[in-house]
Ligand binder design. Structure first.
Ligand SMILES: Cc1cc2nc3c(=O)[nH]c(=O)nc-3n(C[C@H](O)[C@H](O)[C@H](O)COP(=O)(O)OP(=O)(O)OC[C@H]3O[C@@H](n4cnc5c(N)ncnc54)[C@H](O)[C@@H]3O)c2cc1C
Length: 290
């Protein structure tokens, strides 16, 4: 199928892009890597008046590590996240999760900004942002704002981003660089996760001082699980299993064609336990667990 007719624009500066977005209103969409948008256009699930290409807008592909966080431009590809040395040093959880996004051809084109703007509830980047106390930076003709990941994802394909705003960058906290874990179940390599779990901890004197457990594929948006986080901080000798049980027991997952709610509960347990063990064992903790 061919896409419906639309006007194509390729602005060369950010102010030009924001001006076009402001004038075109909510009938316009921006094009990043096209890995989600082009199928939607071809299947006529989207029929925008304008498609505004981000490719020529400078400054959207930077990666900077400073002030306790890694700032990643919206147009940075999944593949670059897998290979960038700043990401590897300061946000290794992000580097690891990048390798689970689709397959290589998707990762070569798809972008982190496109993924969070698209807000698929099974996507990897939203839970990495949640686990690393991340934020999404947005720009419009009205100015700039930063929205905490906790407040950004509202529902399936729905975020706090307003129609005239563009995602300019994401920031990932680097406090969690030494204790993290990521695990997901996908039916085939390259598929979206049925359930994915990101765990990040701050360790003090060998104990878990703070924990984040973020889960994808279980609700209409990525969720954090405070019960599992509390189990990790409680620090029993079976903390990873306790966290996994707390996640399984506190979340009522969705059912869909990829898996029933009860199947997802089992996946929540298994993936949380694996990700938590990975995070704890990096620091010599949790050795009796699993
Ligand atoms: C076969 C296949 C398998 C995949 N598997 C996975 C997977 O396992 N995990 C996963 O997370 N994703 C997966 N994806 C999706 C992939 O990650 C896409 O890269 C991502 O969802 C969208 O990024 P994009 O750069 O291609 O955005 P586009 O397709 O260009 O845009 C997607 C949406 O976001 C909007 N948008 C894009 N950039 C911005 C911006 N900077 N500001 C505001 N709005 C913006 C667009 O207007 C559009 O509505 C898969 C895709 C395919 C085709």
């Amino acid at each position: 199928m061919k896409p419906p007719r639309f006007a194509y624009c390729a602005p060369q500066t950010l102010p030009e892009l924001l001006e076009i977005l402001s004038e075109a209103g909510d009938e316009a969409v921006v094009l990043a890597g096209g890995q989600s948008l082009l199928p939607m256009l071809n299947l006529r699930l989207a029929a925008p008046s304008h498609v505004i290409d981000l490719d020529r807008v400078p400054g959207l592909d930077r990666i900077d590590g400073a002030n306790g966080c890694v700032e990643v431009g919206a147009m940075v590809t999944h593949r670059r996240m897998e290979t960038d040395p700043v990401v590897a040093a300061s946000a290794p959880l992000a580097r690891c999760a990048a390798g689970f996004v689709g397959y290589r051809a998707i990762r070569n084109r798809g972008t982190v900004g496109g993924s969070v703007a698209h807000a698929d509830p099974a996507a990897e980047w939203p839970i990495v942002l949640l686990a690393l106390d991340g934020a999404v930076d947005l720009a419009s003709v009205r100015g700039w704002r930063s929205v905490a990941a906790e407040d950004f994802f509202e529902s399936v394909y729905t975020t706090a981003k307003r129609p005239d705003e563009v995602v300019t960058s994401l920031s990932f906290g680097s406090r969690f660089a030494h204790s993290w874990g990521f695990s997901e179940f996908q039916r085939r390599v390259g598929d979206f996760a049925t359930v994915a779990v990101a765990v990040a901890c701050v360790m003090e004197s060998g104990e878990v001082a703070e924990a984040r457990v973020a889960i994808a594929g279980v609700a209409d948006r990525p969720v954090r699980c405070p019960e599992a986080e509390a189990a990790l901080v409680a620090g029993s000798r079976s903390a990873a299993s306790d966290a996994a049980a707390a996640a399984r027991d506190s979340i009522e997952p969705i059912s869909d064609i990829h898996g029933s709610s009860s199947f997802r509960k089992r996946l929540i347990y298994a993936e949380t336990q694996r990700a938590a063990l990975q995070a704890l064992r990096a620091n010599g903790a949790g050795a009796d667990d699993g």
